[in-house]
Design a protein around this ligand. Structure first.
Ligand code: PLP
Length: 449
């Protein structure tokens, strides 16, 4: 028994404070983690050793009564705010009406409403259509299926530092072996990897990095064989890598000139996160297909592929779908979330949060040569930690800082091909005060490390 006797409601009315009443993990959390260790497969790891019981605004509360500042949003998912009142109400209404019919058996309105919103909000004013799925990886798999059917070609190009998921095809697309791929092969065939633009480490301009990638694609694959190029406009798990100016437009232009479908994987960057509704807008690109998930439904599992109507319609009837894809409760949550992004002004709020993060992290970097780079857009900002002398990635420092911050009640996540990046993905419902306090704690953890 490790749930509190009184029901603790989440959402924005939770006290917005960092408050530690026990060490992390406290006794109740330890009890749950012991049960987890014996009941849950050890491959399913966790970052923050607590039993979460409620969340909202900018905090996560645990079973011991600790209130932690949330700078991770459950990996960019609860961008509208955890247990956002409009999402909660929409879910409660929807679930009481029906839990499932299967959209492929008996269609319902909320699925269509989500598709209409995605078609309207994603970049480009061409005719668009959407299809809904359960997870980001499933959306990516389906985007590749659609591109192959449309082009009649098979090859797919993904990039260094890419993360596209953990299913078989998406493991092949994902770059990093440990922990995502190691021992899980064989992987799907006809997946090729091109060099990404990583300005801090490759020193190339966008045009140079694109020329390098395009040359490899032409020499090793050939445009005639290539169905799709898939890329995250800002790479997420790979280290919040922002490509050099001009890189993405050059790749898109090459795809368009060669009949290759350009897929933007906006599973992490989508829905106001970067200070634009979709990160593609920041780079002036219009993808042919765009995959979304994470922030789409305020925490309910939902994902989508949205894109040019003629590409989306190239697939025969019955070729796309899934039992749960576009579940009515998840769709109701998505309609409420997407409306909240617009009604709560969250694109502008992400920009403001980005300014707070940038100012603070830039100042830390100026005073501490162990921060090699601060980068990102909007409320998707990261710091890359290095050896000040050699510039080599410092994963040990990174994990020490993250662990110390968590022990002090601030949830931060790490990422990066070299494991040396701390990423900040606060919910867009966080206050400036909590965000500032969270950054104070991270700064103190770095100073002490
Ligand atoms: C998280 C993520 C995925 C996978 O999404 P899941 O819902 O975990 O399957 C795919 N692409 C990107 C860019 C992601 O960040």
């Amino acid at each position: 028994m490790s749930t509190p006797t009184t029901t603790l409601l989440g959402g924005p009315t939770l006290p917005q404070q960092r408050s530690l009443v026990t060490a992390i993990p406290g006794p109740r959390s330890q009890e749950l983690l012991a049960r987890k260790a014996s009941a849950v497969a050890s491959g399913v790891a966790h970052t923050v050793p607590i039993e979460a019981v409620a969340a909202g605004g900018g905090v996560v509360v645990d079973a011991d009564g600790n209130s932690l500042i949330d700078l991770g949003s459950g990996i960019a998912v609860t961008s509208v705010g955890n247990a956002h009142p409009a999402v909660v109400a929409a879910v409660q209404n929807a679930v009481a009406q029906m839990t499932h019919t299967c959209f492929m058996i008996s269609p319902y309105e909320s699925y269509v409403a989500v598709a209409e919103r995605l078609n309207r909000l994603t970049p480009g004013d061409h005719a668009k259509k959407s299809a809904l799925f359960n997870s980001g990886a499933e959306a990516v798999e389906n985007a590749v299926k659609i591109a192959r059917r449309f082009t009649g070609r098979q090859a797919v190009v993904a990039f260094d530092h890419a993360y596209h998921g953990r299913t078989n095809l998406t493991m092949a697309l994902t770059a990093k072996s440990m922990p995502y791929k190691s021992g899980f092969g064989p992987f799907a065939s006809e997946v090729y990897r091109a060099p990404a633009s990583y300005p801090f480490r490759d020193g190339l301009s966008g045009a140079e990095a694109a020329a390098k990638a395009i040359s490899l694609i032409e020499k090793q694959i050939g445009a005639d064989n290539l169905a799709a190029v898939i890329i995250e406009p800002i790479q997420g798990e790979g280290g919040f890598i922002v490509p050099a100016d001009g890189f993405l437009p050059a790749v898109v232009d090459w795809c368009r000139a060669n009949g290759v479908v350009f897929i933007a994987d906006e599973v992490q960057t989508g829905f106001a996160r970067t200070g634009a509704m979709f990160a593609s807008e920041l780079f002036g690109i219009v993808p042919d297909l765009i995959t979304t998930a994470k922030g789409i439904a305020g925490g309910m599992p939902l994902a989508a592929v949205t894109g040019r109507a003629e590409i989306m319609d190239a697939t025969h009837a019955g070729g796309l779908g899934g039992t749960y894809g576009g579940n009515p409760v998840a769709c109701a949550a998505a309609v409420a979330s997407i409306d909240a992004f617009e009604n709560d002004g969250l694109v502008g709020r992400a920009t403001e949060i980005g300014e707070v993060l940038r100012a603070r992290l830039d100042a830390l970097q100026a005073a501490d040569p162990r921060i090699g780079d601060v980068r990102g857009r909007g409320a998707m900002i990261a710091a890359e930690f290095v050896d000040p002398v050699t510039g080599a990635p410092d994963a040990a420092l990174t994990s020490a800082v993250a662990k110390a911050a968590i022990a002090e009640g601030v949830i931060v996540l790490t990422c990066g091909t070299y494991g040396n990046v701390i990423r900040f993905l606060p919910p867009l419902s966080i206050s400036d005060e909590l965000l500032g306090e969270g950054l104070d704690v991270v700064a103190a953890a770095l100073a002490a490390a």
